[in-house]
Design a protein around this ligand. Structure first.
Ligand code: ADP
Ligand code: MG
Length: 463
């Protein structure tokens, strides 16, 4: 195995994970070596090792094996001075945040010294790197006001809007700003992690530590609260945390993928807390803003594309900034791997899939897909979303996840959430299973998927 395969693996994983998640973990994994299919990866600390082993090992192995077309297994080794040899994954953020007068040794040791708090924040999510447009200038200004004066004007604040519109970017910008300019204690957590930590604290008799962590902060940022639907115990805990913080004038900011009134199975008292204060929606960016965002991202990544390529992307992708970014990532990987400039024709060819899946599929929801698949196989949507490992349900579940990935723009995290709160790596794993079967040209599966796809697109058009 060579470094080029590792780079391609990392590029592919980068495209499939939210950027914040990718840069939290994958910029800390370095290729050590390989022997007869056994790949050694270096990580800077036991903390990173435990996490990547638990969550990403399978994904890395699957991706390596898929791209390298032979079987690879992966093991992790802690190596404090491990160095990243890859150009592609060197994130501009990491480079920027390290002053240039550091010695090489200091640079390479940095990840090992990062605190747990540093790990929560993606340094690239700042107000400077966010491009406000008509769709987002109110949200942008409110977040800026909160960052400059936490706990006073807009407390609590809830940002809501569709996938990939910058909610995580903005809520993290608040945290990064406050951390840079004050000594206030800021905690960022996704509702999913909040839930996991809460459950773990109960299992390990550490409720007091959990309470201390969340009730002693000056600013609490909770991302994706739609995840708390149906989680009664965690809702209770958050309700109490909220009251504690709110009563003592501390700042709370939430994000959600839908307006609060559309949340289901949330207790009335918690709902009323979410609705208190300021609720702001983020809308999709208009054409000019999309162009401005693309230009800014090019600048950050130090690449240049012609106006016609930028115009092509901005005209064809309208509803999701993450999809705009995926287009750039794809073109940049192409440029770097083949060392070629990007003409409009190459861009069209390379982006065909991303763009067509963004165009023809509007109106396709995860629910619609689950319904179509459950009808086809005659199983209930409840089973598809559940945990039953019976083969008669596992296959429909895998196909439903695959179709969600193919026909919608939802991330694996969001899909996992809609499938009964599953982890995004579970979604990835299931999607890959179907992809593998398609690749090996299993006729039956091919036919089923084609049929379902046509039917789902038809249904969506009727709406
Ligand atoms: P959400 O949390 O709403 O799903 P994210 O905050 O994760 O969306 O945004 C998806 C990606 O798009 C991120 O990489 C983010 O930096 C980028 N992004 C979104 N909106 C903007 C914007 N207005 N300017 C610059 N980048 C943006
Ligand atoms: Mg988000």
């Amino acid at each position: 195995m060579n470094e080029e395969l590792w780079n391609r693996t990392i590029s592919q994983i980068k495209n499939s994970l939210p950027e914040s998640e990718f840069s939290s973990w994958f910029t800390r994994i370095f290729l050590g070596g390989e022997d007869k299919g056994k790949v050694t990866l270096y990580v800077p600390s036991n903390f990173v090792k435990d996490r990547v082993e638990a969550v990403y090992k399978e994904l890395i192995e699957n991706t390596l094996s898929e791209l390298g077309e032979s079987t690879y297994t992966v093991s992790f080794e802690v190596k404090k001075d491990a160095k990243n040899q890859s150009n592609i994954i060197k994130s501009t953020e990491t480079q920027k945040s390290e002053p240039s007068n550091q010695t090489q040794e200091q640079k390479t040791q940095k990840p090992a010294r990062q605190s747990a708090e540093d790990m929560m924040f993606n340094p690239s999510y700042t107000f400077e790197s966010f491009v406000p447009g008509d769709n987002s200038s109110f949200a942008y200004s409110a977040c800026m006001a909160i960052a400059k004066n936490p706990g006073s004007a807009y407390n609590p604040c809830l940002l809501y809007g569709g996938v990939g519109l910058g909610k995580t970017h903005l809520i993290q910008s608040i945290g990064n700003y406050i951390r840079k300019n004050t000594k206030l204690k800021v905690v960022y957590v996704t509702a999913e992690n909040f839930t996991n930590e809460y459950i773990q604290s109960i299992n390990e008799n550490k409720s007091q530590q959990f309470k201390n962590k969340y009730r002693k902060v000056s600013v609490l940022l909770i991302d994706d609260i739609h995840f708390l639907q149906n989680k009664n115990e965690t809702q209770n805990e958050l309700f109490n945390t909220f009251n504690d913080l709110y009563d003592t004038g501390r700042q709370i900011v939430f994000t959600c993928d839908r307006p609060v009134e559309e949340l289901k199975n949330i207790s009335d008292r918690l709902r009323s807390r979410f609705e208190r204060g300021l609720n702001i929606d983020l809308l999709p960016p208009d054409y000019e803003t999309r162009v401005a965002i693309l230009r800014k991202k090019c600048q950050e990544k130090n690449v240049e594309f012609s106006s016609e390529v930028i115009d092509y992307i901005a005209s064809n992708i309208s509803s999701n900034v993450r999809a705009l970014e995926s287009c750039l990532t794809k073109l940049i990987a192409y440029c770097q791997l083949l060392n070629k400039d990007i003409s409009l024709d190459i861009a069209k060819e390379q982006l065909r899939h991303i763009i067509s899946s963004n165009n023809d599929t509007s109106g396709i929801s995860i629910d619609l897909i689950i319904k179509a698949v459950s009808n086809y196989f005659n199983v209930s949507p409840y089973d598809i979303k559940g945990k039953n490992k019976n083969q008669s349900i596992v296959l429909p579940r895998q196909i439903a996840m695959y179709l969600c990935r193919k026909l919608t723009d939802f991330s694996t995290t969001e899909i996992g959430y809609e499938f009964g709160g599953k982890n995004h790596t579970t979604v990835m794993y299931n999607v890959q299973k179907v992809e593998a079967r398609l690749k090996s040209s299993e006729k039956e599966i091919n036919n089923i998927i084609e049929k379902l796809e046509t039917q789902i697109k038809l249904e969506a058009r009727k709406k």
